[in-house]
Design a binder for this molecule. Structure first.
Ligand code: AQP
Length: 331
């Protein structure tokens, strides 16, 4: 059976981008057709300036929202990265396979390091090395597929390179995984800055739809989305990024494709109105289930505890094998 692994970082409140780019597919598709693991990758949240209490809060919220979005613990494993030591154990070995140059080429590192410096902060070493930890997250489980938004493509490519290199040098140990992306909305853009990704750790609130935004807030944000000069509704990501983003969001919510929808609308206003309603409807059941789950935190904790135990059992043999293969004595 295909093995699937993916994760979500508790660095901010989860967004429509996280949902359409990743979470929805995990719930609707991946958990039904594969042996799937979904992880709150909390160690990754420590790579930038962070508040410990906030990371704890966001980790619980992310777990609750993953379940609210339809992940079923009977069908998949939901757990927290820091509860399974194998991730950090394997990460060190992979650091001994990765090169400094390859880490510095990571686009997210360059962007986030620049952002930290602009804010006057220092750049943590873990920001440079975290793609190796991500590779460990994936490789520890013999993962075949990594369902992600397209901002993660480069990191999955690095994971493949490290797996191949390790296997060539030390003997076959890891499955070489591949990234999978949704057909539509693989990169949902910020509504106020449609050439930038809608990211949960961005500061610009009005351009970001959060999964827990009230319907009125969603409507306001979508109705105020930046569109492009011109009047006709055409799907052109280069020339009309604002309209293209709305068409993609609408298509993703309704299950169509953005090119077909572009012919349906005669004004930006009508497109925004339908997009806003489509987003409200997609979020409605997630928010309702989230309210129920918030009333039962012990259930969520139980799911995470059981998930960690299962994940540990799955990861340990492969990580132990990697320790032996690279030349370390068995304990
Ligand atoms: N805008 C997006 N469109 C499509 N997919 C997206 N994903 C994230 N944003 C979009 C996908 O959601 C999954 C989890 O993302 P993450 O937690 O690894 O990272 P993030 O949401 O991108 O947030 P960061 O890194 O904390 O901050 P920013 O946003 O500033 O970079 C992934 O599969 C991701 O592709």
């Amino acid at each position: 059976m295909t093995r699937v692994f993916s994760g979500i970082k508790p660095t901010g409140h989860l967004t429509l981008g996280n949902y359409l780019g990743a979470m929805r597919r995990w719930a609707e598709m991946d958990q039904h057709r594969s042996e799937a693991l979904f992880c709150i990758v909390d160690l990754h949240a420590l790579t930038v300036d962070h508040d410990p209490a906030r990371v704890r809060r966001l980790s619980r919220q992310a777990a609750t929202l993953l379940l609210a979005s339809g992940l079923d613990p009977e069908r998949c494993t939901v757990f927290v990265q820091s509860h399974v030591d194998e991730h950090a154990r394997l990460s060190y070995l992979l650091e001994c396979v990765a090169t400094d140059g390859e880490m510095r080429r990571m686009v997210q590192y360059k962007e986030k390091a620049a952002r930290e410096q602009q804010r006057g902060g220092s750049v943590r070493l873990s920001l440079l090395t975290y793609p190796v930890l991500m590779a460990a997250d994936i490789l520890a489980y013999g993962t075949d597929e990594v369902p992600v938004g397209d901002d993660q493509t480069q990191h999955v490519e690095l994971t493949r390179d490290l797996a191949v290199r390790f296997n060539q040098r030390y003997g076959h140990t890891f499955v070489v995984p591949k990234a999978t992306h949704p057909k539509v909305a693989a990169r949902v853009m910020n509504l106020q800055e449609p050439t930038s990704k809608m990211g949960k750790s961005d500061d610009s609130g009005p351009g970001i739809v959060y999964l827990l935004d009230e319907p009125e807030v969603v409507r306001k944000k979508v109705m105020r989305a930046v569109t492009d000069s011109g009047r006709d509704v055409v799907y052109d990501r280069q020339e009309r990024p604002g309209v293209a983003n709305l068409l993609e969001i609408l298509a993703a919510c309704e299950g169509g494709n953005p090119e077909d929808l572009s012919g349906v609308y005669e004004s930006y206003g009508a497109l925004k109105k339908d997009t806003a309603e489509a987003v409200v409807e997609v979020l409605r059941p997630v928010q309702a289930r989230h309210r129920e789950l918030c009333a039962d935190p012990a259930y969520v904790e139980g799911v995470l505890r059981a998930g960690s135990e299962k994940a540990r059992e799955m990861a340990r043999p492969r990580v132990d094998a990697a320790y032996r293969a690279i030349g370390l004595l068995p304990s």
